[in-house]
Design a protein around this ligand. Structure first.
Ligand code: B12
Length: 210
């Protein structure tokens, strides 16, 4: 049995207490906090994703797994070390219009903060206009958009088009992510980058913020 199997199983079962206990004990054995997140918590959530898709799990159970995963992230968060990049820049991030998925986005925010970025998390169901207001208010170097539904992917293009129309496109780099999104799609809609997980998002932002 792999050392993260039990943690994955506890996320899958939506068992908040068990997830906390296992995450704490893994931390105590000086397991890398990012592996606990990636190989334990996210891997557990991926099992949930498969079962949900196959119709073997339903929304309430998925929500319980999501809570369990978040509880695990809360345990591990303090151990994720900041990398001493002094104020690497401001990043505005949100889940696009019509989309309420935020687990992945929240992870991306956490990892970006740990890399020294000032992250303004706009939340979920964010319209192009709300992104524009945030660009004007916070003057970010980077704008990040998350989408988990194929039906909300077009809202990413709509947001980029609105940024261009408002004459703000030269001021910001735009990055996108979320399970259905790809590098090809990013190119197609004129985004500056794509990241397939939170670590890739961090590396991308470090590159783009230079
Ligand atoms: C959890 C979940 C839910 C939860 C959301 C809870 C929450 N607070 O987020 C609930 C139950 C509410 C839900 C609802 C729905 N869901 Co849902 N959900 C999922 C599930 C199981 C897991 C998603 C998740 O959190 N993954 C874990 C995180 C860590 O991964 P992630 O989001 O991909 O994020 C990572 C990367 O993508 C990347 N990333 C993410 N964002 C960004 C942003 C940037 C800028 C960058 C660089 C990187 C990046 O980094 C993250 C960390 O590594 C997926 C299945 C799946 N395998 O994706 C379905 C899924 C996304 N849902 C789906 C559906 C259909 C729905 C509903 C329509 C169901 C319904 N009939 O009501 C509703 C829609 C609600 C809405 N309007 O948004 C479908 C989408 C199908 C499609 N092709 O569009 C999926 C794929 C399941 C399926 N196969 O059928 N869902």
């Amino acid at each position: 049995m792999g050392k993260f199997d039990e943690l994955q199983k506890a996320v899958f079962e939506g068992n908040v207490e068990k997830v906390k206990i296992i995450a704490e004990s893994l931390l105590a054995t000086s397991e890398d906090p990012l592996s606990i997140i990636n190989d334990g918590l996210i891997a557990g959530m991926n099992i949930v994703g498969t079962k949900f898709k196959e119709g073997e799990m339903f929304v309430p159970e998925v929500m319980m797994s999501a809570s369990a995963m978040n509880a695990g992230v809360d345990v591990v968060r303090p151990a994720v070390k900041g990398e001493d990049i002094k104020s690497a820049g401001v990043i505005v991030i949100g889940t696009v219009k019509g989309d309420l998925h935020d687990i992945g986005k929240n992870l991306v925010c956490m990892i970006l903060r740990s890399a020294g970025f000032e992250v303004i998390d706009l939340g979920v169901d964010i319209s192009p206009e709300q992104f524009i207001d945030a660009i004007n208010k916070y003057n970010p170097k980077i704008v990040g958009m998350s989408a988990l539904l194929t039906t909300t992917m077009p809202a990413m293009k709509e947001t980029i088009d609105t940024i261009t129309e408002k004459g703000l496109r030269e001021r910001v780099k735009v990055i996108i992510g979320g399970a259905p999104v790809s590098r090809e799609f990013a190119e197609e809609i004129g985004a500056d980058g794509y990241g397939d997980d939170a670590i890739a998002a961090r590396d991308l932002c470090i590159k783009l913020a230079q």
